[in-house]
Write a protein that binds this ligand. Structure first.
Ligand SMILES: *Cc1c(COP(=O)(O)O)cnc(C)c1O
Length: 436
């Protein structure tokens, strides 16, 4: 398969090269030139996540240098489950797709682990070291650090804003060591992003090493996210003959885009509904047809605080006609107060504790099920509530059980170093004693 840039389809790339380079040369985002068409029967005999992944992703890496490695990459990347758990006590059939059983308890582990397994193979045999720079406001940096920890010939530099991530997120960013270098930057998230951009443009950095960015526009994080939608939709389809509908918490829209691509490939998925927080860029677009990015506002679902979701460009490449787009998708915004009341109510009524992001989907479910009670609705749970204990615990009035992976990380020493928000300081700590 070839990928093309969203801005100019003349820019073609194989997936492996797109994973290494991130952006297309014209600044656009890579998308498949055309999506494969499949039927559910194409997955007969494939039940586990790695098996479904192998069949689906083989089509995307057809003709790529990574093609022969795809089965091994899938077994490495999909080594924890994404179970579909039945919800009881609701008007119609409903389940929750739990995407938080990975090393850092959020769905970003899937994309980060696939990216790490792929990059390790792409770089096999190259003589220059690869340094991955990540600016993070929360979940991405931890997932990337975990996925690349102890990989040979690859270093990770994580920059996060000091004091502006939750205590448990900070620990997931800071606990690694070895080839992972974590820095608490004296500044905000924008300063972290600026430092990454400056490092990419700096000749001292590029002289001694290759740089890559692992940010959420990398297609190596998106393609694997299709896999859990494929597996979950096939499970419902095989059991009931029905195509389920998904409600996906959305920020930068990478997770929901993967669901849209899975449906467009022919997987049995009925409706797709986006749940957003009080950042209104997406819902306004669905109402008015006008795309007006704006500064983000802080909410309880902080990993979705995005004012200019970059994957909209990919969605519009698939559905350029706003009318068609609105037929294919719907979007609802959820306030902080609604997040709080949903966490309280579903703990009481369903015995389910949501993280603030997942709570947006649970709130939207109550709205959409009224119009469509016959569908099998799947709520997508993007993170474990224990990651956001400082928000969730006061609402439910007790402690949230901590999953084993998180317990283990919380027990490690914190190895982050403080860093002033300047390129000189970053050069010093990363390039250190290297000859110029
Ligand atoms: C990143 C993230 C989201 C938003 O996902 P997008 O792909 O950016 O739309 C939602 N919930 C959690 C917990 C996240 O970490």
């Amino acid at each position: 398969m070839w990928l093309v840039s969203t801005r100019d389809r003349q820019h073609r790339s194989r997936p492996g090269d797109a994973i290494l380079h991130g952006l297309a040369p014209d600044g656009g985002l890579y998308v498949p030139e055309s999506l494969p068409t499949l039927t559910p029967q194409a997955f007969d005999g494939a039940e586990s996540l790695p098996d479904v992944a192998g069949r689906l992703l083989a089509l995307f890496f057809d003709g790529d240098a990574l093609e022969v490695d795809i089965p091994a990459i899938c077994h490495e990347a999909f080594d924890f489950p994404a179970p579909l758990v039945t919800l009881h006590g609701l008007p119609g059939p409903a389940s929750v797709l739990e995407l938080f059983h990975g090393p850092t308890s959020a769905f970003k582990d899937f994309g980060a682990r696939f990216l790490a397994s792929s990059l390790a193979r792409i770089r096999r045999g190259s003589s220059r070291p690869l340094t991955i720079l990540v600016a993070t406001s929360g979940d991405t940096g931890g997932a990337v650090a975990a996925a690349f920890h102890r990989r040979k010939a690859i270093e990770v530099v994580v920059l996060f804003p000091q004091g502006l991530v939750s205590p448990r997120q900070a620990q997931q960013l800071a606990c690694w060591g070895a080839n992972v270098h974590s820095f608490a930057v004296r500044g905000n998230f924008d300063d972290c992003q600026r430092l990454v951009k400056q490092a990419f443009a700096d000749p001292d950095f590029s002289r001694s090493r290759d740089l890559s960015s692992a940010n959420s526009i990398n297609i190596g994080r998106l393609l694997p996210q299709m896999v859990y939608y494929a597996r979950a939709s096939l499970e419902v389809w095989r059991q009931s003959g029905k195509a389920p509908s998904f409600i996906v918490p959305a920020g930068n829209m990478g997770n929901v885009l993967a669901c849209v691509w899975a449906r467009a490939c022919g997987l049995p998925i009925a409706r797709i509904v986006l749940a957003t927080n009080a950042n209104l860029t997406i819902t306004d677009f669905f109402q008015s047809g006008e795309w007006r990015p704006r500064p983000s506002v802080p909410t309880l679902a902080s990993a979705m605080d995005v004012g200019n979701p970059s994957n909209m460009e990919r969605l519009l490449a698939l559905y350029p006609d706003p009318g068609e787009l609105r037929q294919k998708l719907a979007a609802y915004s959820v306030s902080d107060e609604e997040i709080r009341s949903t966490i309280r109510r579903d703990d009481r009524e369903l015995g389910q504790v949501w993280c603030p992001h997942t709570a947006t989907a649970a709130h939207v479910y109550r709205q959409v099920v009224r119009h469509d009670p016959g569908s099998h609705w799947v709520l997508v749970a993007t993170a474990h509530p224990a990651k956001f204990d400082e928000i969730v615990e006061p609402l439910i009035g007790r402690a949230v059980d901590i999953p084993p992976a998180l317990t283990e990380l919380l027990a490690r020493p914190s190895l982050a170093r403080e860093l002033p928000a300047t390129l000189d300081a970053l050069r010093n700590v990363v390039l250190g004693g290297e000859p110029a």
